[in-house]
Ligand binder design. Structure first.
Ligand SMILES: Nc1ncnc2c1ncn2[C@@H]1O[C@H](COP(=O)(O)OP(=O)(O)OP(=O)(O)O)[C@@H](O)[C@H]1O
Ligand SMILES: Nc1nc2c(c(=O)[nH]1)N=C(CO)CN2
Ligand SMILES: [Mg+2]
Length: 230
């Protein structure tokens, strides 16, 4: 998906969530500056080399750890943000992490040191995290939700989970399996570093889940990949 296709979805999200478009734009510029200064960025073509025909995207829902214990995954493994921690607990290193840097950073950094590429998303509410953490990472591809910039891409998608699916679809995946995308009333404990247990959903997260589900439904109908929830 390109910016022109994404723009109407984005404008609806801004109106539902109450975000400031100018703040999101500022964050994209900040991410570009940090990536240039630290010379730690990679381009979409480098991420694309890791996207096989079959891709597994991991969400941070409560069912995730059981599914990780049972499953065998042969293809590209993409962890969305907090789910990285659950994968590491099971000794699995994702090929790619898609994050706005509010999962457990220690685990994201560990996986990055072990070879995971990190797709870092810039938005108006994570500029402090961009400043603090982007310089500590290597092999970073930048994304934003406003107009793309040269090295900061926008392939559509909103939460880390659905954005990972949009990225995989854009970069050539043909079969995408979703694992731990429970949505519902309980947020998985990997979602935020301060959650010690799976926890009842809060209001802003409920809205985010509604948007994520609607976007995934749209991509199922309109995208080139077959998308299956496991
Ligand atoms: N029940 C669930 N609990 C947590 N994550 C879930 C659940 N169901 C689906 N997911 C998917 O897992 C992804 C990763 O979870 P995480 O909470 O780390 O992401 P996030 O997008 O950074 O959330 P936030 O916007 O609150 O920062 C979410 O983006 C969401 O798409
Ligand atoms: N401005 C803003 N944009 C976002 C936010 C957020 O909290 N604020 N969270 C996201 C990940 O779910 C994606 N985009
Ligand atoms: Mg996040």
């Amino acid at each position: 998906m390109n910016w022109q296709q994404w723009k109407p979805f984005y404008l609806q999200i801004v109106s539902k969530m109450g975000y400031e478009i100018e703040e999101d734009r500022k964050a994209a510029l900040l991410l570009r500056r940090l990536l240039r200064e630290n010379e730690n960025y990679i381009l979409a073509e480098t991420i694309k080399e890791r996207i096989k025909e079959r891709v597994y995207v991991f969400g941070a829902g409560p069912s995730l750890d059981k599914k990780l214990k049972k499953g065998k995954f042969s293809g590209t493994l993409i962890a969305s943000d907090g789910s990285t921690s659950a994968l590491l607990e099971q000794g699995i290193i994702p090929d790619i992490i898609v994050t706005d840097l509010d999962g457990c950073f220690e685990d994201i950094k560990k996986a990055n040191d072990l070879g995971a590429y990190v797709v870092v998303h810039a938005h108006g509410d994570n500029m402090d995290k961009l400043e603090a953490y982007v310089p500590k990472l290597k092999n970073v591809m930048g994304t934003c939700q406003t107009e793309p910039l040269d090295i900061v891409y926008n392939f559509g998608g909103f939460t880390d989970g659905d954005r990972a699916v949009f990225l995989a679809e854009e970069l050539g995946a043909r079969e995408i399996f979703l694992i731990g995308f429970d949505f519902g009333e309980i947020v998985g404990k990997w979602s935020k570093p301060y959650l010690k247990e799976h926890s009842p959903i809060w209001e802003s997260k409920k809205k985010k889940f509604e948007i994520a589900q609607a976007l995934l439904e749209w991509l199922k109908k309109n995208g080139r990949a077959e998308i299956t929830k496991l």
